[in-house]
Design a protein around this ligand. Structure first.
Ligand code: RFL
Ligand code: PHB
Length: 395
């Protein structure tokens, strides 16, 4: 079967769905092809922290209603080290900006509902998706639906299929330059039926390793522990996880972490990765397909949304005015933000984690503590953290 659309989008994550939504609002037609089922993508536990700009965009484009009701607005975060907590006043340091805790899969549900209500098309469980002819003006996406092969012709392809998708690897070798850093640790994350033990997020530097206290709702806590990159979650029974979190997050004698039933457990690898350029002919990469950051700065989802804002604007200008200039500059515009966010995520990661014996010595630990001390005692340093954490302005 052959069919046609203006923009073919591979992947129904935050990048693909937001792009489809923004294009629809600008009168541009798209079809989203997703390898997984709707249920799977609506339940996949991932990010939880939205920058001010992401929140504004969801509100301004009519998909912020549930987020306004269920999201938790945070005005600050806490850095814990040396057994003490130090608050970074995000709002006070940024002229009133905040971050919002609202789970990524809730954003996904809201975007899917909005696309379907507007008559948009998302093909779930699309099999064997492949992309073709993007070196010319009529690229094609092939996929399998039930027993038949479908060919979708389009003007442009948006590769929004995440880090392990097919779009980036289909670009001929040699056309892309890869920048990559793998860290010698990972995060063991849990989602637990436990009241958060603090109103704000806690990032803890501890001699046993990093820990993070986050949340999803007044009843659900999200917690992470630094662990080995090849850690077997099977070796971490729930009690051991709670004991370790208590040790690393403790500040002062009386502080007690609320415990509860562990609902989900998983390992997250820590990596910094960028490809340049983020486009090849009529194929444009966005979100994790083009770059990933270690989660310490809470930036991946927000960066994916920032990319597709730029892409939607460029495509809209092309369809409305026949102007290709923004499309030509897509990669250049995105990469300026991408590298600043890479720098911030690397810096937060380097400041807060133990790097292990081979790469680390007593000097590094003293340096990390001095960095934490500086960030929490100098207004200028705290402001640098805060303006990056709430999200740099869009170009
Ligand atoms: P996604 O979300 O991976 O979506 C890609 C979609 O493409 C589909 N797909 C395919 N579809 C068709 N054909 C194929 N061949 C396909 N291959 C893949 C996939 O099924 C999927 O639906 O990429 P996108 O849209 O670029 O979004 C990126 C974000 O998901 C990611 O950056 C964040 O989750 C990262 N992240 C965080 N980001 C934040 O901004 N704030 C946070 O607090 C935050 N915390 C986190 C995180 C990521 C984590 N993990 C699990 C990696 C915490 C964790 C633990
Ligand atoms: C989360 O809530 O999942 C979360 C929050 C902040 C981070 C990373 C993850 O830096």
């Amino acid at each position: 079967m052959n069919r046609r659309t203006q923009v073919g989008i591979v992947g129904a994550g935050p990048a693909g769905l937001m792009l489809s939504h923004l294009l629809h609002l600008a009168g541009v037609e798209s079809v989203v092809l997703e390898a997984r089922s709707r249920k799977y993508v609506e339940e996949r536990v991932r990010a939880g922290l939205l920058e001010q700009g992401t929140v504004n965009l969801l509100n301004e484009t009519g998909v912020g209603e549930r987020m306004k009701r269920l999201g938790l607005v945070h005005h600050g975060i806490e850095l814990r080290f040396g057994g003490r907590g130090h608050r970074i006043d995000l709002s006070g340091l940024t002229g009133g900006s905040t971050v919002t805790i609202y789970a990524q899969h809730e954003v996904i549900k809201d975007l899917i509902a909005a696309r379907l209500a507007a008559g948009g098309e998302i093909v779930f469980e699309a099999g064997d998706v492949s992309i073709h002819d993007f070196d010319g003006p009529t690229p094609k996406i092939r996929y399998r639906m039930d027993r038949s092969v479908v060919e979708l012709s389009c003007d442009f392809i948006a590769g929004c299929d995440g880090f392990r998708g097919i779009c980036r690897p289909t670009i001929p070798a040699g056309a892309l330059t890869t920048y990559d850093r793998i860290y010698p640790f990972a995060w063991l994350g849990i989602l637990a039926e436990a009241r958060p033990s603090s109103d704000e997020l806690i990032y803890a530097y501890h001699e046993r390793g990093f820990a993070l206290h986050s949340m999803r709702s007044p009843e659900i806590t999200r917690l992470y522990l630094q662990c080995a990159p090849d850690e077997d979650p099977g070796k971490w029974p729930d009690e051991k996880i709670w004991d370790e979190l208590q040790l690393r997050l403790a500040a002062g004698a009386g502080w007690k972490l609320n415990r509860g039933v562990v609902l989900q457990k998983g390992i997250t690898e820590m990596r910094s990765f960028v490809v340049e350029p983020m486009q090849s002919g009529t194929l444009f990469l966005a979100g994790d397909a083009a770059h990933i950051v270690p989660p310490t700065g809470a930036k991946g989802l927000n960066l994916a949304v920032a990319d597709v804002r730029v892409l939607a604007r460029a495509l809209t200008d092309y369809y409305a005015n026949g102007n290709r200039e923004l499309l030509t500059k897509y990669s250049e515009i995105c990469l300026r933000r991408v590298w600043k966010v890479q720098r911030f995520s690397w810096w937060m990661t380097s400041m807060l984690h133990r790097f292990g014996n081979e790469n680390e010595n007593a000097f590094d630990q003293r340096r990390q503590l001095a960095e934490l001390d500086y960030v929490t005692s100098s207004r200028a340093a705290a402001q640098t953290l805060a303006e990056n954490y709430v999200g740099l302005p869009m170009e």
